[in-house]
Design a protein around this ligand. Sequence first.
Ligand code: TXA
Ligand code: MG
Length: 328
Amino acid sequence: MPPSSNQSEIARAAAILRAGGLAAFPTETVYGLGADASNPEAVAKIFAAKGRPQDHPLIVHLADAASLPQWAEKIPPAAHKLAAAFWPGPLTLILKCAPGVPACVTGGQDTVGVRIPGHPLALELLKAFAGHSGGRSYSGVAAPSANKFGRISPTSAAHVRADFGDALELVLDGGECAVGIESSIVDLSRGRAVLLRPGQITTAQIAAVLGVEVESHDAAAPRVPGALDSHYAPHTPLYLVSAAELPARMAGLRGQKLAVLARAEAPSGLKDVFWQAAPRAVEGYAHELYASLRRLDALGCAEILVEAPPAVPEWQGVNDRLMRASSG
Ligand code: TXA
Ligand code: MG
């Protein structure tokens, strides 16, 4: 649906956010559950609605890079380079936080996560929200993925409603999220570039822009609640298996209802197996991944078997999500 047909919805969402309420909105990665990032009472509602532990930091979404200094300080040149290359887009930067950023946003740490999302509705909402009124200034929307804590992230408005029902006053509907997995997160707060969460933007793309190596999340990094936990799990036990192992695994589970997310079309003669063929290319695979997992999870199968995608750099983001979704 074209953004112009949503003007009144966008205005309503901005008004809800300014009044300290919650509004869900689409981004190019996944749907976000937004609150005014400068209002601790509003941000507290996010944690309550999601059932999320209070010490998990949130990403602050901005309409433009001009408002960055309100949230971050000692911004290194690397941040400006990555912002110029990838914003608006699926990249979150971790920077030293500016004084006054509420602890509920940072999880009490001295850093803040920021990004400018690349979705027209999100950008219109963020622009409509930013401004001054009643002596308060507004510029950032804190938003985690709009799912209940520990569940699969939503890539459509229907997914958001499935998790929250009528508990949310407003879910802006921007159709399916193009990217389908959460943003890549790069920590620039420690004088180096460290990838905390892989996404569509790869380590190689980030390194090419910066002209330096990008390190992977390591043991020396500050422990960030929420970054390492199993986070994307369906209810049904999910296992990653190679294409070669798949027939034997299926044979071993004969007689039980099974779901398979494969990279090939279904073989003939399957019984009690719900077989779904995923797109071959990584963009299509990521775009459909969470909707597929939600669909397969709802079938009430004994297991979901996922054919492991290639272990190559472009698939890092997808493989990371599948690892987290898997039961071991
Ligand atoms: O694509 C996305 O990033 C989506 C959309 C809605 O923008 N948001 C999202 O938010 O995935 P959430 O809350 O589900 O995941 C945010 C991640 C968490 O793993 C959190 O630990 C990390 O970002 N994070 C946020 N602030 C941080 C900080 N200051 N330092 C380190 N990690 C941080
Ligand atoms: Mg999340």
